[in-house]
Design a protein around this ligand. Structure first.
Ligand code: PGA
Length: 255
C-alpha cells in the first residue's frame, strides 16, 4: 500500500488567538483543495480549541505540540493527553526543542509516547541528531537509540497511530536543511529499524523530514522514496510559504 504523504505545520509558541484561527482557516482552505495528502497543524495548546472551533475537524489533522505522561493528577501546568484527545487527534512527542531546550530525556519521551497512544492520539515521534553527533559519524546510532527507547514497548496494534519525524537538530530553524540525499538516508534507516522491529506493518509507518523545509527545497526532499512528507516550523506560519509546500507534496504523491 502506498504511504500517504503528510505535511504538518508546527506553529511552536507563535501566533495569538485570532492569528491562529485565521491561519487555521487558510490552511483548511488549502487542504480542502486536495484529497491526496494529509495536512496537519500543531497550534500552541491554549488555542487548539479556538482553532478547532474556527475550522472544524474534517479537513485538517489538528494536534498538540506536547502532552504529559500521566492522564490526571497533581502535575501543575501540564496538559493531559486525554484532554488533548477530547479536542484534537494528534500530538508531537519528543520534539527537538522539548529534548534540548526543555531538557526531556529519552525516558520521559518514551513515557509521553505511551501516554499519547493510550489516549488514542496519533503520536508524531520526533527524532534527530545534533551537529556534534553528526560530525562524529553517530547520526544513525543516535536516532536508533531514540527509537529503541521510545518504541521498545510498542504494541504492533498501535502502529497505525504512529508517525516518525526525522529532524536533525542542526537543521531546525537554521535555514540549513539536510540535503535530500541525507534526508533519504536517515529516513531509510528509520524505516529499516521499523521493519526489523515490526515487519512490514512497521515499514508502512510514515516517516517525515523536518528542519528548514521551505517552498524552495520541499519538492526535492519530498521526492525521496522514504520521505513521506514534512514537519514544517517557520515556513508553516504564513500561508504563502505553507501552501507551496503542501502543493509540493501533492505533486510528489507516489502512485
Ligand atoms: P523549522 O522547524 O522548519 O523552522 O526548521 C521544524 C520543526 O521544528 O519542526
Amino acid at each position: 500500500m502506498t504511504r500517504r504523504m503528510i505535511v504538518a505545520g508546527n506553529w511552536k509558541m507563535n501566533l495569538d488567538k485570532s492569528s491562529s484561527q485565521e491561519l487555521g482557516k487558510a490552511v483548511a482552505g488549502v487542504a480542502s483543495s486536495t484529497s491526496d495528502v494529509d495536512v496537519a497543524i500543531f497550534p500552541t495548546t491554549i488555542w487548539i480549541s479556538s482553532v478547532v472551533d474556527a475550522v472544524g475537524k474534517n479537513t485538517l489533522i489538528i494536534g498538540a505540540q506536547d502532552c504529559y505522561s500521566e492522564s490526571a493528577g497533581a502535575f501543575t501546568g501540564e496538559t493531559s493527553p486525554d484532554s488533548v484527545a477530547s479536542i484534537a487527534g494528534a500530538c508531537l512527542v519528543g520534539h527537538s526543542e522539548r529534548r534540548h531546550v526543555i531538557g526531556e530525556s529519552d525516558a520521559t519521551v518514551a513515557r509521553k509516547l505511551q501516554a499519547a497512544l493510550s489516549a488514542g492520539l496519533t503520536a508524531y515521534l520526533c527524532v534527530g541528531e545534533t551537529l556534534e553527533e553528526r560530525d562524529a559519524g553517530k547520526a544513525e546510532q543516535v536516532v536508533e537509540r531514540q527509537l529503541d527507547s521510545a518504541l521498545a514497548d510498542l504494541d504492533t496494534g498501535a502502529l497505525g497511530q504512529l508517525v516518525i519525524a526525522y529532524e536533525p537538530v542542526w537543521a531546525i530553524g537554521t535555514g540549513r536543511a539536510a540535503t535530500p540525499a541525507d534526508a533519504q538516508e536517515m529516513s531509510a534507516s528509520v524505516r529499516d529499524w521499523l521493519r526489523k522491529s515490526h515487519g512490514e506493518s512497521g515499514a508502512a509507518v510514515r516517516v517525515l523530514y523536518g528542519g528548514s523545509v521551505s517552498p524552495d527545497n520541499a519538492a526535492e526532499i519530498f521526492s525521496q522514496p522514504d520521505v513521506d512528507g514534512g514537519l514544517v516550523g517557520g515556513a508553516s506560519l504564513k500561508i504563502d510559504s505553507f501552501k507551496p509546500i503542501v502543493e509540493a507534496a501533492v505533486n510528489s504523491v507516489r502512485v
